[in-house]
Design a protein around this ligand. Structure first.
Ligand code: SF4
Length: 418
């Protein structure tokens, strides 16, 4: 089962997250310019300023869910009129703000001077940030990132870069600080180096039995939200990759008797990580990879790292704006998934239909059919909600997961007797 608690990298992860939240609160209290950003907004830009800090409401919401208080926070938003059908990240965040982060495990986020969202993933996100814009009277900058049905076009990249320049001008005007592009460049280089180690860590899933579970990788994503663009980001992922490699070489792997290698499609079910990884390990199954964690630092249609050439940092940040899966069309998502399925020797795919994240989930039935036709890999559709435990049913989920494992076993028997 997931082993992150026992490792040096697991302990370091807790420190990185704790220090990041403490630093955010302390610097905000001393007068730093505070920005709330959507998960895909490139924080490396803010590191070009001397005293700009940022908080990520989606990441804070995921932390609430992982700590078991996602539903509590969602209910606060529902009580003031927000529909239960809305994304649970939005409900958790709006619920948290409604009572000034009363139950937050991080003492919340400091009040922002600016909100920055983008259109990469979904239209709900910009509307959610607009709620804060109206309620708090804080300006809202929206980065418009074109949807991608194919590789990003040059004109789209230029369009995104132009908006980065606009964003920098807005921050300079509002904060009275100057952006040093050399610092941004250094931050992009740190992120790139850290992603190199991240990809190495994910690569241990190719071992048999796998050196990692996707559950470990879900948890280990946190530094991307709180520390990217810093030396600490690099140090953490170097530690993670090296420690994982050493443990795998010594035979210390999460599911030693691994018989079924599975792949996960969608956001992590933050409230079920421990239970799901233990339940699967008991069935000798391991979710060894996930679209959600593999896409970081890649470009559309692939999960391979897109390296920084040391040139214009804003062009690099624009080129990787589409790395996350949601804005990809069917063909690109299928291409990247097929590559991972082959590389990792996947026996079955778990499509986790997510009641909250419609953009991630909408094409999954088509993708499921496509993967069966193209690769002959069995799969199952389960129902989850990444942060609202009220929309999850353990019994139904494990019945379907067991059916998938049975199906894989039957296909193996047929192949062996042929
Ligand atoms: S619906 Fe999906 S993409 Fe949109 S904010 Fe929620 S989790 Fe993010």
């Amino acid at each position: 089962m997931a082993s992150f608690q026992k490792t040096e990298a697991g302990r370091n992860l807790s420190l990185v997250v704790k220090d990041a939240y403490m630093d955010l609160h302390e610097r905000a209290a001393r007068g730093a310019f505070v920005i709330w950003i959507a998960i895909n907004v490139p924080a490396e830009i803010f590191l070009g300023f001397d005293d700009v800090v940022y908080g990520v409401p989606e990441s804070h919401a995921a932390l609430n869910a992982a700590k078991g208080i996602g539903a509590l926070q969602c209910e606060k938003a529902e009580r003031i009129g927000y529909s239960m059908d809305l994304c649970s990240y939005a409900r958790i965040d709006i619920g948290c703000v409604s009572d000034n982060f009363a139950d937050s495990p991080t003492f919340g986020l400091p009040r922002p001077h600016l909100l920055v969202s983008n259109t990469n993933n979904c239209s709900l996100l910009t509307k959610w940030f607009d709620v804060h814009h109206r309620e708090m009277g804080v300006p809202h900058f929206i980065l418009d990132v074109p949807f991608c049905y194919g590789p990003q076009q040059e004109k789209d990249r230029e369009y995104i870069v132009a908006q980065f320049h606009d964003l920098i001008r807005v921050i300079e005007t509002m904060s009275g600080q100057r952006c040093d592009m050399e610092k941004v460049k250094q931050a992009v280089a740190y992120t790139d180096e850290g992603i190199g180690w991240w990809k190495k860590f994910l690569g241990y899933a190719e071992h048999r039995p796998s050196g990692i579970t996707a559950f470990d990788s879900f948890v280990q994503m946190a530094p991307f939200l709180v520390a990217r663009g810093t030396p600490r980001f690099v140090e953490h992922y170097r530690l993670l990759a090296k420690e994982t490699g050493a443990r795998a070489a010594a035979g210390d792997v999460p599911v030693p008797d691994e018989k079924y290698r599975l792949f996960w499609d969608n956001i992590a079910p933050w409230h079920q990580l421990r239970d799901m990884s233990a339940g699967l390990a008991a069935l000798k199954a391991n979710i060894v990879g996930a679209t959600y964690t593999s896409c970081i630092g890649s470009v559309e249609g692939s999960f391979d790292r897109y390296p920084y050439d040391g040139g214009d940092p804003l062009a690099m940040l624009a080129r990787t704006q589409n790395c996350y899966v949601c804005p990809h069309g069917m063909a690109l998502r299928g291409k990247a998934m097929a590559q991972a399925v082959k590389r990792l020797g996947i026996d079955g795919i778990v499509f986790a239909g997510n009641r909250s994240c419609k953009p991630y989930s909408l094409t999954q039935f088509d993708q499921q059919r496509k993967m069966a036709q193209a690769l002959g890999v069995p799969s199952v559709m389960i129902e989850v909600d990444h942060a609202d435990v009220r929309k999850y049913n353990r019994e139904n989920t494990f019945t379907r997961l067991e059916a998938l494992i049975e199906n894989i076993g039957m296909q193996r028997s047929v192949r062996m007797s042929a």
